[in-house]
Write a protein that binds this ligand. Structure first.
Ligand code: GLN
Length: 490
């Protein structure tokens, strides 16, 4: 149960929206309060501010609140992952390639949240082009996890997760291609949901792997995520051809539904050797809580779980190699200062603009798509991707939602995996399967593991079952206070 609190930064999105509507405090003072905290922060969470734009948005919110015409989230501040393009704030995707880039338009998700009344505080750090699991691949530096500043916040939406946990923002956007909303949410002790692929428009979301990329909200509670998700989703037929023709939904409507009789599938492949004991204990604790609320645990199998890693790390780089070909030093982005001819201009601009992990993915992707290897790698991966989706289909014949860990361990030390990219890839094992199948997935705080670091419980739903996932997470948060705990010094 969310406790009312006096300081603005401890309030939930729901409390802030209610307080603003009742005019107990203004949008301007709310924006100033959060902006002061965010600008004083030294964790590396924020990449860009534009106080003038933020305060102008807040004043416009106050005018609408005074006129009684405010949206459902009028005056509530948020931060956007730097993958979403914004007209009023620089957008870099965490890359030197886009240093100082100003988009001429806002991403659809940004527009929708602004239409609901939200005020943008700034842009949040992330792995370069969302490629990574620890936010260490950002060209603008690592982000400190507020629970232990020597550790990563997770990635790629690391700035979003860290800023929420540190109470610099009440909520933020994230993007999830293979786990980038769920895993940082787990590592920072907050809540995040990746909706069904196609629910939220990808227009203006800088492309990594287009068949997997999906935006979603991150906040402290499921209740708050539901408020943002309701504003974010909906068809965008003119701008994103893969956006689904499914109407926007009120994801708050079923938050309090009873869990009696809910069948939670427990995939045995998620609880094997790779899962460390402290994470398992926290996950088991949350599952036990859910059974006390009336759910039953059903053993299931997702037999191709391990194959999700090689399949994802073929498909995602393949799509990335194609998507990132647009950064050629001509249309936008970094252009080398010195070059001899057009070809050397392309080569130097890309060599200087991209970081090493991005280059590694482009090379991998180009290789698996090349003549002679296409059938052996890319086509084969596509076939297994289809089978992974089938495994979920079979599993949902036996259960209503699937639960397990988000990641095999708690957040690691900054620098620990330097020079070992595969270590990061392997840590994605539990989030990749739902991404490959296009299913919705949520991370909700389960407890604490080694070094007192947060541990998330992952909930995976069938297509369009976001409301169910949020319902399960919300009921858990009504009997548990894990999501209300604060890192020391915050
Ligand atoms: N860690 C995965 C990767 O590096 C997922 C990233 C994401 O979801 N954007 O590709």
């Amino acid at each position: 149960m969310s406790k009312p609190s006096n300081s603005l930064h401890d309030m939930s999105v729901a409390e802030l929206a209610a307080g603003l509507k009742a005019r107990r405090f203004s949008a301007l003072e709310t924006a100033q309060h959060f902006l002061a905290r965010a600008q004083a922060d030294r964790s590396g969470s924020f990449l860009a501010f534009n106080p003038e734009a933020t305060l102008a948005q807040a004043q416009a919110s106050d005018a609408r609140l005074a006129a009684g015409t405010g949206g459902p989230l009028e005056g509530v501040p948020l931060g956007h992952k730097d993958i979403f393009v914004t007209r009023d704030f620089v957008t870099t995707a965490g890359s030197k390639m886009l240093e100082g880039y100003r988009s001429p338009f806002d991403a659809t998700v940004v527009t929708r949240l602004a239409d609901a009344g939200m005020v943008t505080l700034g842009k949040l750090n992330c792995d370069e082009f969302a490629m990574g699991s620890g936010n260490e691949n950002s060209a603008y530096g690592a982000v400190n996890n507020p629970w232990d500043t020597s550790r990563v916040p997770g990635g790629s939406s690391g700035g979003s997760a860290a800023a929420i946990a540190a109470r610099l923002v009440p909520a933020a956007t994230g993007t999830d291609t293979g786990g980038s909303i769920r895993q940082p949410a787990s590592f920072c002790g907050i809540t995040g949901i990746k909706p069904t692929y196609g629910r939220a428009s990808r227009y203006g979301m800088i492309a990594y792997a287009s068949s997997l990329d999906q935006g979603g909200p991150m906040a402290r509670s499921a209740e708050d995520c539901a408020l943002l998700l309701s504003a974010m989703c909906g068809p965008d037929p003119d701008r994103d051809s893969t956006s689904l023709d499914v109407p926007a939904e009120d994801f708050s409507a079923k938050l309090n539904d009873d869990l009696s009789g809910l069948r939670i599938g427990i995939p045995k492949e998620f609880f094997g050797e790779g899962l460390v004991a402290d994470v398992r204990t926290a996950v088991d604790g949350a599952l036990a809580e859910l059974t006390r609320l009336g759910a039953t645990l059903v053993p299931i199998s997702l037999p191709r779980t391990e194959l999700a890693i090689p399949v994802y790390y073929i498909i995602a780089p393949a799509e990335a190699s194609s998507n990132l070909s647009r950064y050629d030093g001509v249309k936008f982005g970094h252009r080398a200062k010195s070059y001899s001819d057009l070809e050397s201009m392309y080569k130097r601009s890309r060599a200087e603009g991209f970081g090493s992990e991005v280059k590694r993915r482009i090379m991998t992707g180009t290789y698996v798509l090349s003549h002679g290897y296409y059938d052996a790698y890319y086509l084969q991966a596509q076939k297994i991707r289809r089978m992974i989706a089938q495994d979920f289909k079979d599993a949902f014949g036996q259960c209503d939602v699937i639960a397990g860990p988000v990641a095999p361990t708690v957040a690691w030390e900054i620098g620990q995996n330097a020079g070992d990219p595969v270590a990061d890839y392997l840590a994605d094992i539990f989030t990749l399967p739902a991404s490959l199948a296009g299913l919705p997935g949520l991370s909700v705080p389960a407890g604490f593991g080694a070094h007192n670091m947060p541990v998330g419980l992952q909930l995976i739903g069938n297509y369009f079952q976001e409301a169910r996932l949020l319902n399960v997470a919300h009921r858990l948060q009504q009997v548990s206070d894990v999501h209300l705990r604060k890192p020391e010094g915050v």
